[in-house]
Design a protein around this ligand. Structure first.
Ligand code: GLY
Length: 601
């Protein structure tokens, strides 16, 4: 399979060209916003590597896509180092404060409704993004933090045009840009929601970024910004009084820890995936679904499979239902609760789970399986648990530099607009990541329930973020990922199947309509497109699949994820990118004009 991009769908910009360096492959950035893509490209043009470019993109996204990610949130950065061939994960997931308790979202035994819980200081996790980016830069970057922040500072200070996606997110904000005066003042000046084409200047945010550029991350984690964050999340609203008050202290901020992790490795039809380990379920659940599907010839139309056939869609749905049943019970922060990770990926366990998939009929609601016997380190029994729905949000970008170092980075403030709380005087939004925990505690020793994703002090909430590296014969081929809450896993899965089973190019794999199921009970979400036909949907309805609406209608109406990807081809050595037009996806190619030292890492 050759992973090529579809040139018509690219915004391809050669920033500089040089015949001297014609043999060197270009650096490529693929980002959901053109101004943030340009920030990354600027670092590559100046001789920076993929990690420098990633830092610049992340800071710029904080300005131009503030509803999705920023220094008030967290994320997972996958870095592939060309020289050593190693892949590492920078985990900057938010942490619960030391004063967090398992029942804090259910003080009387009843979970607070999500819209309420997620817009209160109580939902704000200790942010990790700035420490994560700074850690990555110090260990693998070549530029100073301040240099990577320069494009973001310019964008915040001089302003930029609000794009269609931000305008829609303001218009359909679920009230989140209206709850707090500082957020409303920025995105609804004078009570009028910003519209597409309006000019947005963020002076407070510019001030904050300059302060961090001058004084380093300690200005945020120990200095004046820390004081302002603590105060902002302690503000309560009358209807839930003190129960909604945030519990983060200055000590929680000062002690925030980035963790460098090894990726989770999985194999599928001779390809290798490097993905996110816990506390994200992104890698584990994606790999589980792939392994459950591996015995089906998904690409073979002659056997009734092939892209968009009812048979392919049916087995995908069933595999998703099984894996999400396991996810709901077993996956959480492995540092806080023992997790049967080996069991969940054990070939024997997966064979018993895959055997539950009948290609011709729909299974009754599957329960979580019993991986611990396959995991010699653990002994427990299965049990049921519930998770709340996760909404689409978050952002993903991918970068490859001319030396072949790659970054695949997903970051978030959780819900679109996070908690809706802007830190007064500092102009950035705080996350609501703690509502990614179980809102009611599930731990039950008698039933063998470990409470894998229950709230606990300093614990990281389970994520779905899944920045992924696809490899063949030990060499990286493509890096990609997506936003979208729990649907992230399925966007990454869809793209992987499109590349491997359906032989699509990278751009085709991104463009193709997607399918997602994120719960064992199985409501199906899917995107419109000729290849998920009404006839195929009727066949699925007849099998008992739910969520597709009335027979004879097109029930595939969602938009799922936003995958930004880069790819490397070895012969000849070229780097490509592919962008997702579900947001303002942009690919920029960069050919530096100056001879540069070898920066393979
Ligand atoms: N808050 C989205 C995620 O972590 O998956």
């Amino acid at each position: 399979m050759s992973i090529r991009s579809h040139s018509l769908r690219w915004l391809v910009i050669y920033l500089l060209s040089s015949s001297v360096l014609a043999a060197a492959p270009d650096g490529v950035v693929a980002v959901s916003h053109p101004a943030a893509a340009a920030a990354g490209a600027r670092m590559l043009t100046q001789g920076g590597n993929a990690i420098d470019a990633a830092a610049a993109v992340q800071f710029a996204l904080n300005v131009v896509e503030p509803q999705s990610s920023g220094i008030g949130g967290g994320g997972f950065m996958l870095i592939h180092l060309a020289k050593t061939g190693k892949t590492v994960i920078v985990d900057s997931r938010e942490q619960a404060p030391a004063a967090a308790t398992a029942d804090m979202f259910a003080p009387e035994g009843l979970a607070m409704p999500f819209p309420l819980a997620s817009t209160r200081g109580l939902a704000v996790g200790v942010p990790g993004t700035l420490r994560g980016v700074d850690t990555a830069l110090r260990r693998w970057g070549t530029m100073k933090l301040a240099a990577t922040m320069a494009p973001a500072i310019e964008l915040a200070e001089r302003g930029f045009r609000v794009n269609r996606f931000m305008a829609e997110d303001i218009a359909h904000d679920g009230g989140r840009t209206q709850l707090q005066p500082e957020t409303a003042a920025t995105f609804r000046p004078g009570g009028v929601p910003l519209a597409e084409g309006d000019w947005l200047v963020q002076r407070d945010l510019a001030k904050t970024l300059k302060l961090i550029a001058a004084r380093g991350p300690d200005a945020f984690y120990r200095g004046p910004i820390a004081h302002a964050i603590v105060k902002a999340q302690q503000r309560t609203r009358n209807e839930i009084g003190a129960t909604g008050q945030g519990r983060m202290t200055l000590s929680d901020l000062a002690h925030y820890q980035v963790v460098i992790r090894q990726p989770l490795i999985g194999h599928y039809r001779g390809w290798t995936l490097a993905g996110m380990p816990p506390p994200s379920s992104g890698g584990l659940t994606t790999i589980q679904i792939l392994k459950l599907l591996e015995r089906f010839p998904l690409g073979d139309a002659a056997q009734g499979y092939g892209f968009g056939s009812p048979k392919t869609i049916h087995v995908m749905i069933e595999a998703m239902r099984l894996a999400f049943a396991d996810r709901a019970v077993w996956i959480g922060d492995a540092a806080a609760v023992p997790m049967p990770q080996t069991g969940l990926l054990h070939p024997g366990y997966l064979a018993t789970r895959s055997a539950l998939i009948n290609p011709d009929s729909r299974m009754v609601t599957p329960q979580a399986g019993t991986p611990p016997p396959w995991d010699t380190s653990l002994a427990a029994r299965p049990h049921a648990s519930r998770t709340h729905l996760e909404s689409p949000h978050t952002t993903h970008f991918s970068i490859v530099d001319r030396w072949g170092n790659m970054v695949s980075y997903t970051s978030t403030i959780e819900n679109t607009w996070g908690s809706g709380i802007t830190v007064p005087g500092y102009g950035f939004l705080l996350n609501n990541e703690l509502t990614d925990f179980n809102l009611t505690p599930t731990a039950d020793a008698a039933k063998g329930n470990p409470g894998a994703n229950d709230v606990a002090p300093a614990k990281r909430p389970r994520s779905s973020m899944a920045p992924t590296l696809l490899m063949k014969n030990g060499k990286p081929v493509a890096a990609f990922g997506s936003p979208g809450g729990a649907t992230i896993i399925n966007s990454v899965l869809n793209v992987t199947l499109n590349l491997i089973d359906h032989g699509m190019t990278l751009q085709q794999a991104i463009d193709a309509p997607r399918l997602s199921v994120t719960h064992a009970t199985g409501p199906v979400s899917c995107e419109s497109g000729a290849r998920f036909s009404v006839a195929a949907q009727n066949a699925l309805r007849n099998q008992g699949h739910i969520g597709l609406g009335e027979a004879g209608t097109d029930g595939c109406r969602q938009s799922i994820g936003s995958v930004q990807a880069v790819a490397m081809e070895t012969a000849p050595e070229t780097h490509n990118g592919a962008a997702d037009l579900r947001r303002e996806g942009t690919v920029i190619r960069v050919k530096p004009a100056i001879a540069l030292p070898d920066r393979r890492l």
